[in-house]
Ligand binder design. Structure first.
Ligand code: G6P
Length: 613
């Protein structure tokens, strides 16, 4: 995720900004940049890759090394690949204003066209450049100061932002604002440090002001003024940061995995932002526009991926066939290229990958390209190899995933596949009212995920009663069969408990032989057309003294009769259920692993990104 640092004071800004960027490295980033406002000019340096490379570059630059006001940024690409041009800070046409930005400007296409019509020229592919050019548009005739221009620009913007802006005409000043992206101002003695994250502030001061949404701060070395975007002055209280640096990186969570499980509501919201249009009742996926006609004519979809991404593909198979009515297959990336698959120009191959760098998936993609398929990527890391080597695609916008066990990438892979399936379904056969039902239900998913997270402590209690058992089964049907596989994978990869996931009906064809009082069996049993059959499967386990844990729909009191433990999830249409039913399984695995003393963020033998075949 992008990071912002800004400094106004009496000290050398450069060192403070670079140190601040280093404190934000844990958030994940692909490029970094700095702007020092010094001697009536903006001195900018940007670099792809590590902050240390930027540091080496600016060391010898006297202008950058001597100024006392500046802004800096680590970029985690969302619009435009990670390169020097797309890195922040961005400047307006005049080169007098520089800006760093976290968040996504949803109406950037409209604003960009408006600005092009006004004679502005764009250097980058980013949504951020639109914002700095818009501020520049209000600033350029010289009748307004920087904060007035920012006040005029921000109401035009739809989306989210945390920004820090500076102008060469107004040295010793930063204007900062936020809406939906955090921004904190550290208040020192005759100095201020602005940052998106307390980690970049804590070594300078523990006194901070938290900007709220729709608030602007004008910061100079001698003082600070805060107001709303509508220019109503606000008095802010100075608060104390009480966390250590490590705690800040983890945002108060004990592990990245838990943090990422808890980020899922917001991550899914970000995946759908600007794409799910409830006003027009449609799905808009800019990344697929160039291939949409070809995609609508496709005869077959093949989804490829590894690990959790493959499980997401299994859900995708149901989604694309059920909602999109397109024949769909799912393949392990590692198997795809070696079995001489039947892929031709009527086939669309969709690679699903959090990192976009998994070697097996890249190899499978090459095979698909060679055979003439349309290739798409559903990828989290912008500018990654999968993103670059596909004809088109949709980014997850889930934010960096650091925990080795994939969690929020999975729920976002499901959200994005649902959007694609609905887009195709609606264009091909789906009625407006069916579409409306799904879109409204989809918009409620993030909040429903968040309501499940409140059950974490109860799930921990359930886990504590089960961790002595070394073999578990996870069973589900239909859309929830892949969730059973994902639940088993989560448990085995971080707690080292042996677990198997199966379609519930398959149990009687063999695995039932394993069931006795030492076997916990987790059933995915939300309300759906096969609910009664799942209950029969539960009875079969009970009859053999297995321990039954069910994931069920809120309000289903009946199921308690058959189970040792029930974890409830809110109701939603069946195709959307996996985004909810997987969450308790992630928490179950997490707590089981901790209770067994395992290191959940660094599980043994596993790597976050597997770049060997
Ligand atoms: C590794 C990780 C898994 C992940 C898989 C695919 O095995 O440990 O969590 O699901 O790679 O990674 P990708 O980046 O392609 O989604």
């Amino acid at each position: 995720m992008c990071g912002i640092v800004g400094y106004v004071g009496k000290k050398n800004a450069c060192g403070i900004l670079i140190e601040g960027l280093k404190r934000l490295e844990y958030r994940g980033y692909d490029s970094a940049g700095i702007c020092i406002n010094h001697g009536g000019k903006l001195h900018i340096s940007k670099h792809t890759g590590r902050v240390m490379h930027l540091e080496e570059e600016v060391l010898g630059d006297e202008n950058i090394a001597t100024g006392t006001t500046g802004i800096a940024h680590t970029r985690w690409a969302t619009h435009g690949e990670p390169n020097q041009t797309n890195a922040h800070p961005h400047t307006d046409d005049s080169g007098r204003i520089a800006l760093v930005h976290n968040g996504v400007i949803e109406n950037y296409r409209t604003l960009r066209q408006f600005l092009i019509d006004k004679g502005h020229t764009f250097k980058s592919e980013t949504d951020t450049e639109v914002l700095v050019q818009l501020i520049g548009e209000f600033y350029r005739d010289g009748s307004r100061n920087l904060e007035q221009a920012v006040h005029l620009a921000l109401p035009e913007v739809t989306g989210t932002y945390g920004i820090a802006v500076t102008s060469s005409d107004e040295p010793d000043k930063i204007v900062a604002a936020r809406k939906g992206s955090p921004l904190i101002i550290g208040v020192g003695e005759d100095e201020y440090v602005v940052a998106s994250d307390a980690g970049a502030i804590i070594e300078h001061t523990a006194n901070v002001i938290y900007l709220k949404d729709n608030e602007i701060a004008v910061i100079t070395s001698t003082g600070l003024r805060t107001a709303t975007i509508d220019n109503v002055p606000v008095t802010k209280e100075i608060q104390q940061i009480e966390w250590s640096l490590d705690e800040i990186a983890l945002g108060g969570f004990e592990h990245f995995m838990l943090k990422e499980i808890f980020e899922q509501g917001e991550a899914v919201r970000n995946s759908m932002r600007g794409r799910l249009d409830l006003r027009e009742m449609r799905v808009q996926l800019g990344g697929l526009e160039s291939v949409l006609r070809e995609l609508l004519r496709t005869r077959k979809i093949v989804l490829i991926g590894c690990g959790t991404a493959w499980h997401a593909g299994l859900v995708g198979e149901y989604l694309f066939e059920d909602l999109g009515r397109i024949p769909t297959e799912v393949e392990y990336s590692s198997e795809f290229r070696y079995r001489n698959p039947i892929v031709d120009e009527g086939t669309t191959v969709i690679a699903i990958s959090q990192s976009g760098e998994t070697a097996d998936t890249l190899a499978a993609l090459r095979e698909a390209t060679d055979k003439g398929a349309l290739t798409l990527g559903i990828v989290n890391v912008v500018g990654s190899t999968v993103a670059r080597n596909t004809d088109a695609g949709v980014y997850l916008h889930a934010g960096p995933e650091i925990g080795v066990a994939s969690t929020k990438a999975f729920t976002c892979q499901l959200a994005v596949q649902t959007l694609i399936a609905l887009l195709l379904g609606r264009r091909r056969f789906m009625s407006q009212s069916t579409m409306q039902g799904y879109l409204e239900a989809l918009a409620e998913i993030p909040e429903k995920i968040e309501s499940i997270l409140t059950e974490s402590e109860r799930i921990k209690d359930i886990a504590s009663g089960l961790i002595e058992f070394d073999n578990w089964l996870f069973l589900g049907r239909g859309y929830n069969y892949p969730v059973a596989l994902e639940g088993a994978l989560k448990l085995k990869e971080i707690s080292y408990i042996h677990a198997e996931g199966l379609p519930a009906a398959e149990m009687k064809h063999g695995p039932i032989a394993l069931i006795n009082e030492n076997m916990p069996v987790v059933f995915l049993a939300p309300r759906c057309s096969t609910y009664a059959k799942i209950i029969s499967n539960i009875e079969e386990v009970r009859a053999r003294k297995g321990r039954v844990i069910a994931i069920a729909t809120q309000g289903d009191e009946e199921i308690r009769k058959y189970c040792d433990q029930v974890i409830y999830v809110p109701d939603c249409p069946v195709p959307l259920q996996p985004m909810l039913t997987v969450v308790p399984l992630q928490l179950l695995a997490y707590h089981a692993a901790l209770l067994r003393g395992c290191n959940v963020d660094k599980p043994r033998n596993l790597a976050k990104s597997v770049t060997v075949e």
